[in-house]
Write a protein that binds this ligand. Structure first.
Ligand SMILES: Cc1ncc(COP(=O)(O)O)c(C=O)c1O
Length: 371
């Protein structure tokens, strides 16, 4: 049992779990206590640590800059800062969140190609000067509010299929428009230092990263000829975040493309993974408070409804994290808990009986990437 009453509260409470357990077993204990009615997340910090380890093993040349927009939970951000990632921020609020915990501006890229003028001013004032652009308008804005910025041109490079394609929204056409923008930036005496792309979230094609890296190489050469000092390659996000996903296959494509296109020059390579770090780490539990069975042909669909007021219970491998800045036991309430009965990684289907219910009800468990 988790000590100190099971009702999940808004403050971030870290439980250090010894022995065998799983997010599901933790959820079961909370629900079986009988006083938790509102939906809540269980966050497994161990998953975040393991994913960071895998990233550095499979792609040692690529520095992850966590995309804060994916989930700005402070404990996740603090943990990633402690592990050593950089951050992709898309707004003033995200920059503030990350700098407030002490992350240096050099570890932040303002990776929004359509920024509000006031946000550019704020970023510049706090020292965040690496930022993306994909249009002439953005160049003029940056010239006015951050003339010494280190610019990264974002090109369009879409995966053949993706859960959430981003190319419709952002990224300039790479073969005609991007060269034109690079020339304009040079004429405006702006400093373009690199190229970025995002293949789309939940990308279902690995080869797209090789295409993006190849396009970037061409623009690096054009930049050289324009007198720009190109030195940053940003391969964006798109990395799968579900617990069954494997980084190995995509990392092989990326490593091979980097070796083939960027072995001969000093280039810092970064990426902007969001879901990769945030999705599998969170498990949402929500009590169904009403349901109706709908019989259609041979199928029976269950319509469910539940509230989304969410809170967190957190379960990390604390020994790995607790001495890493900016985490500390002082800043997070930590509790220890004895071994649970179920093994970590096992996913038994729980059938708890929620409180205040005269008839048996069911609880859904949802893997969730986004708040
Ligand atoms: C610029 C940018 N970088 C990174 C991400 C994170 O993408 P993913 O969750 O696919 O890793 C997004 C998602 O919208 C994005 O727009």
């Amino acid at each position: 049992m988790i000590p100190g009453k099971m009702r999940v509260i808004d403050e971030q409470r870290v439980c250090v779990l010894d022995g065998e357990w799983s997010p599901t077993s933790v959820i079961r204990e909370i629900v079986e206590e009988g006083i938790q009615e509102d939906p809540f997340y269980v966050m497994d910090l161990g998953e975040v640590v393991e994913r960071y380890r895998q990233w550095t093993e499979y792609m040692p040349r690529v520095e992850p800059f966590y995309a804060v927009k994916c989930n700005d939970d402070k404990l996740l951000v603090r943990t990633l800062a402690a592990l050593g990632t950089g951050f992709d921020c898309a707004s003033r609020a995200e920059i503030q969140l990350v700098t407030d915990i002490g992350v240096k501006p050099e570890r932040i890229i303002f990776a929004n190609p359509a920024k509000m003028a006031s946000h550019i001013r704020y970023a510049t004032a706090v020292g965040v000067t690496t930022m993306t652009f994909d249009s002439e308008t953005e160049l003029h804005k940056i010239k006015q509010y951050s003339p010494d910025a280190q610019l990264v041109i974002r090109i369009r490079c879409d995966a053949a299929a993706a859960q959430c394609p981003l190319g419709i929204k952002f990224g300039c056409e790479p073969l005609v428009e991007a060269p034109r923008l690079l020339k304009l930036a040079a004429v405006m005496s702006l400093s373009v230092v690199g190229v970025s792309f995002h293949v789309g979230s939940g990308a279902r094609e690995c080869a797209v990263y090789a295409r993006g890296i190849q396009l970037a190489r061409g623009l690096f050469e054009l930049g050289d000829s324009l007198g720009l000092h190109m030195r940053l390659l940003d391969i964006g996000g798109g990395f799968a975040g579900d617990s069954a996903s494997d980084l190995r296959q995509v990392s092989q494509v990326i490593n091979a493309a980097l070796e083939s296109k960027f072995a001969d020059r000093e280039v810092r390579v970064i990426a902007e993974p969001g879901r990769y770090f945030a999705a599998a780490a969170y498990t949402l539990a929500a009590m169904i408070h009403a349901s109706r069975e709908v019989h259609a042909y041979r199928h029976a669909d269950i319509l469910i409804s539940f509230f989304f007021q969410t809170t967190l219970v957190l379960c990390p491998p604390w020994a790995v994290l607790k001495d890493l800045w900016p985490l500390s036991e002082a800043s997070i309430q930590v509790e220890t808990r004895p071994s649970g009965p179920q093994s970590r990684g096992a996913s038994p289907t729980p059938t708890p009986t929620p409180p205040h219910s005269p008839t048996p009800m069911h609880t859904v468990f949802v893997e969730c990437a986004l708040k």
